[in-house]
Ligand binder design. Structure first.
Ligand code: SF4
Ligand code: SF4
Length: 203
């Protein structure tokens, strides 16, 4: 749905010029032992855009690493990393420490079709997302904290823009959340905004 809009012809989240996958070190050990799909990100895989490789590496917690794959023509779905499987979503944690739902990496609003079509996310995806992250965040405090701070960044950014944060709640509902108070208002999925190429009426 999105690759038609990417000059490279690749889905945006599988194009190393737009998204660099991050993996847990334990995940990378597993992938190295089972597939040649991945290599450690070098920073020179994208010709068209210079990324700040120093900054990306500095932002990585010490229990994760940056990877690059062979590209979407060679994808092996069974050996995708977790960041591929969860994209464009991450766990949203409120200011008072409750993991209430999924929201998305907001930098991808102009590019990702799913972000403009949140109503298409299946119940099964949502269920599996919560099962996975309930287990993972429960046993891994650092990872919980990193999503807490990412949620906080999102609150700051959306408060500055005077926008509310879209939430796919663990109760199955759709909400807009006020970034200053974490107050939730229930909405229908068609009430979420659409962006860029995906605005209603655009091809
Ligand atoms: S492994 Fe597959 S899903 Fe993940 S970035 Fe590469 S092509 Fe995309
Ligand atoms: S998740 Fe978003 S960016 Fe990735 S392939 Fe789907 S529409 Fe494109």
């Amino acid at each position: 749905m999105c690759r038609l809009h990417n000059p490279s012809g690749k889905p945006f989240c599988c194009d190393i010029c737009h998204a660099v996958p991050a993996a847990y070190l334990r995940e990378w050990d597993y992938l190295m032992a089972h597939t040649h799909l991945w290599h450690a990100w070098r920073g020179d895989e994208c010709d068209s855009k210079t990324r700040d490789s120093q900054q990306l590496s500095t932002d990585m917690p010490d229990y994760m690493c940056l990877l690059a794959c062979l590209g979407p023509d060679h994808c092996q779905r069974d050996f995708r990393c977790m960041s591929c499987r969860q994209f464009p979503f991450f766990p949203y944690i409120t200011a008072d420490d409750r993991f209430i739902g999924m929201t998305y990496y907001w930098d991808f609003e102009p590019y990702c079709w799913v972000v403009s079509n949140l109503g298409t996310v299946t119940d099964r995806f949502r269920r599996e997302f919560f099962t996975t992250y309930d287990a993972l965040l429960n046993e891994w405090e650092e990872e919980y904290d990193s999503y807490y701070y990412l949620s906080e960044d999102m609150r700051t950014t959306f408060a500055q823009k005077r926008r509310r944060i879209p939430i796919l709640h663990r109760n199955g509902g759709y909400y807009l959340l006020s970034p200053k108070s974490d107050r939730l208002s229930r909405v229908e999925p068609h009430q979420f905004r659409q962006f860029g190429f995906y605005k209603a009426g655009k091809g």
